[in-house]
Design a protein around this ligand. Structure first.
Ligand code: SF4
Length: 234
């Protein structure tokens, strides 16, 4: 943001002001950013835009208040997020891809195959849209990357997203409160372990042995349970 603003001939601190509007106040229109001059708002309007995804449907569970959100992306693809209210805080489960190519038998996300990776901002906006749509701008304390998609197949954008979620200027959520769930892509788990981001890793095991797991999760034929467990320990 700072680089962009400097390139456009503005002072560096303007990036902070705009960041504050977008991420703290939930404002998505430059014209509403009242501490910027009218000239600056017009220049921003003309040269850059703030990408957004739109909530098109929301369903709430009568049992525990869990809310499922359906989003329309700018290219008309659809994804889902879930808001869960726990005693320890509010958690949002985000999608990392449109569809998924991993083919797990138990999962609806993979039925139509893989469509595309989500960009980091599209993952971030799943949280912002829910946060901004709720009264009193509900504090979000936890994030789980467990919606549609295999996050480690979209490695770079997911890592970028995790760092954005953690940034004090954006959501200020501790790495420890961010959970990435994978079906078990070993090389990517090893790569992730080397990043300086102490998040929680979760593995969708779904079966107690290779025989059963092979039948429901094709990835198990490539990366069986035993090497998966030792890689998780690493
Ligand atoms: S990796 Fe996750 S999203 Fe993809 S098919 Fe398996 S369970 Fe579904």
């Amino acid at each position: 943001m700072e680089n962009l603003f400097i390139k456009m001939g503005f002072k560096k601190y303007r990036a902070k002001q705009v960041t504050n509007w977008i991420y703290k106040k939930g404002v998505e229109d430059f014209q509403q950013m009242t501490n910027l001059s009218q000239e600056m708002r017009d220049i921003l309007d003309k040269n850059v835009y703030i990408g957004t995804i739109k909530i098109v449907e929301k369903k709430a569970s009568k049992i525990d208040g869990t809310e499922k959100y359906l989003y329309l992306l700018e290219d008309n693809n659809i994804i889902e997020s879930v808001l869960m209210r726990h005693s320890y805080g509010n958690s949002i489960c985000v999608s990392s891809q449109v569809g998924c190519r991993m083919g797990c038998r138990l999962c609806a996300s993979t039925i139509d195959g893989f469509v595309r990776n989500l960009r980091a901002w599209e993952m971030l906006d799943q949280i912002l849209q829910i946060k901004n749509s709720l009264e009193n701008s509900l504090p979000i304390t936890h994030v789980v990357i467990m919606g549609s998609g295999e996050p480690l197949e979209n490695y770079d954008e997911v890592v970028k997203f995790i760092k954005l979620v953690n940034m004090p200027e954006i959501l200020n959520i501790s790495f420890r409160r961010i959970t990435l769930s994978t079906c078990g892509l070993l090389p990517a788990i090893i790569k992730l372990a080397k990043e300086d981001i102490p998040i929680t890793l979760s593995v969708s095991l779904h079966a107690p042995n290779d025989e059963i797991r092979n039948k429901i999760m094709p990835i198990n034929k490539k990366y069986p349970i035993s090497p998966l467990i030792s890689t998780c320990k690493q």
